[in-house]
Design a protein around this ligand. Structure first.
Ligand code: ZN
Length: 88
């Protein structure tokens, strides 16, 4: 994991240096967004259906001060319903 992180740093450093030496060829916007997307793409587990999915495509919900991610609004609603019933 640490090795991968190092590779990423070297790669990003290379990209920065390249854009410094070649100012006319700075990376295009969509490409940069794509890189950010890959770095941010963390897999999270839906607490309701227990499926793993990319965090970015999930539904974010803050319940009792804790942040949860759901694969769909249906799972979120079902989970909210379940904890509501459990607390009754
Ligand atoms: Zn789900």
């Amino acid at each position: 994991m640490r090795f991968l992180f190092l590779c990423l740093l070297i790669y990003l450093g290379y990209r920065v240096l390249k854009s410094l030496f070649l100012p006319g060829q700075s990376p295009s916007e969509p490409e940069r967004h794509d890189e950010v997307a890959r770095v941010d793409d963390v897999m999270v587990k839906d607490p309701f259906c227990e499926t793993y999915f990319p965090k970015r495509s999930g539904i974010k919900e803050i319940i009792n001060g804790e942040t949860y991610y759901f694969c769909s609004t249906a799972c979120r609603d079902n989970y909210l319903e379940r904890i509501k019933k459990a607390s009754e």
